[in-house]
Design a protein around this ligand. Structure first.
Ligand code: 13P
Length: 252
């Protein structure tokens, strides 16, 4: 099965409007149409930037994503952004379940299942993040933890729905720490992920789903990680804030 590569930049809470616009232009200048034919590229920008970015990207193959959405349709949730609003920008994808949302905003697998439903209901794709903490890796419960994150967050979806989801394994201990999971450590979880997807949805669908790796991906380690059989690309934090390193990761 030939899965198209996918590299996504998660800008998190970084860049003013002007800085973000300049960074987007720099990335657009560096990433060629031929890069985009072999690799999907998406920018997960802050909410405030989305409309301007959508206008700027118009006609480009590069895609736009949001970093979060609320789990309810609409209503009295001051300060929140709904999936319906994001679809009206429009954005193509929404990140769901980033570990920083789980850790700092108390998002549970059950809540994330509702967010995934909202994203799909409004015609966008979800990028569902999961991954264990350092404690969970050290006490060897990590396989159980990631299995539970995936099954509770996603396994209520039908076969037609799950194909609109990309998975992103991001071990918490590797995010922003400079400590990358080794290619072998990442491949172990990616292969496990694909095997539980196979059990649930069958061979054809599991072979088609893309599983990204995230956590201190840099130009120097991207090629080794992306060479693993079940790693289909990356979700990039820090290195996505520099057009040159983001380009180098896309080229890997
Ligand atoms: P870093 O690449 O900065 O480790 O961040 C990874 C991440 O959280 C992407 O969503």
């Amino acid at each position: 099965m030939n899965r198209k590569r996918f590299v996504a930049g998660n800008w998190k809470m970084n860049t003013s409007m002007n800085e973000g616009f300049q960074l987007l232009k720099d990335i657009m200048d560096r990433v060629s149409e031929s890069d985009l034919e072999t690799c999907d590229v998406s920018i997960f920008a802050p909410f405030t930037h989305l409309k301007v970015f959508q206008n700027t990207l118009n006609g480009s193959l590069m895609q736009l994503g949001a970093q979060n959405c609320h789990h309810e349709e609409a209503g009295a949730y001051t300060g929140e952004i709904s999936a319906d609003m994001l679809a009206s920008v429009p954005v193509a994808q929404v990140l769901v379940g980033h570990s920083e949302r789980r850790q700092y905003f108390g998002e549970t697998n059950e809540l994330l299942a509702k967010k995934v439903d909202q994203v799909l209901k409004h015609g966008m794709q979800a990028v569902y993040c999961y991954g264990e903490t350092l404690d969970q890796r050290e006490d060897e419960s990590y396989i159980e933890v990631v299995t539970n994150q995936i099954s509770t967050g996603l396994f209520h979806l039908s076969a037609e729905e799950i194909v609109k989801v990309t998975l992103a394994y991001e071990p918490v201990w590797a995010i922003g720490t400079g400590k990358t999971a080794s290619a072998g450590q990442a491949q172990e979880i990616h292969a496990h992920t694909r095997s539980i997807l196979r059990e649930k949805y069958g061979e054809e669908i599991s072979a088609q789903l893309r599983i990204l790796y995230g956590g201190s991906v840099k130009p120097s380690n991207a090629l080794e990680l992306f060479s693993m059989p079940d790693i289909d690309g990356g979700l990039i934090g820090g290195a996505a804030l520099n057009a040159q390193s983001f380009e180098a990761i896309i080229k890997a």
